[in-house]
Design a protein around this ligand. Sequence first.
Ligand SMILES: Cc1cc2nc3c(=O)[nH]c(=O)nc-3n(C[C@H](O)[C@H](O)[C@H](O)COP(=O)(O)O)c2cc1C
Length: 194
Amino acid sequence: MDLKGKKVGIAMSGSFCTFDKIFKEMERLAEAGADIYPIFSDAAKQIASRFGTPEEYKKRAEEIAGRAPVMSIEGAEPIGPKGYLDVLAIVPCTGNTAAKLANGITDSPVLMAAKAHLRNNKPLVIFISTNDGLGMNLKNIGLLMNTKNIYFVPFGQDDWQKKPNSLVARADMLLPALEMALEHKQIQPLLLKH
Ligand SMILES: Cc1cc2nc3c(=O)[nH]c(=O)nc-3n(C[C@H](O)[C@H](O)[C@H](O)COP(=O)(O)O)c2cc1C
């Protein structure tokens, strides 16, 4: 389904090494005519690292989306009662956020947005990016994959020699995965070589 005119939530959790490529995909999403609603986890809102500062992330998200990111649980909660998003993507999705989502924990703006959105029976897309994807978090990814209305951006092992448990989704597959998720379909193939 065409992304033009669709209201797309982009919920960013703290996999900072992917932020630059995610912002580039957000730009493509804006060019495709989507109406973007950025949401930051507490980590995205607070942690400065070699990849950038929260101020830079906020500025970039706001420039692309044309609106300030939601950065609080109370700011994300209306996604449920107002039901204003057509599709929500957790992009990137950390191991931490995947584990909490799979276990019904709602203690960050990103998780609040996901819970609120799922209550409306609408599609949620996961862009996994975690060093423990084939380790501690594999069970959680499995749980999410088997959950109604949850879809994945195709992913693979990004560095099997140095980080054998690491899984990262492919940024260039985000838009096609969103288009399919709007039709409640999982884009295939799901497992990719990097
Ligand atoms: C520089 C840096 C890079 C990180 N990269 C990742 C990552 O790629 N994947 C991941 O799962 N966690 C990563 N983390 C850890 C998360 O930020 C941390 O688990 C945080 O609690 C996640 O919170 P959130 O899921 O609410 O955003 C990174 C942390 C730092 C400081």
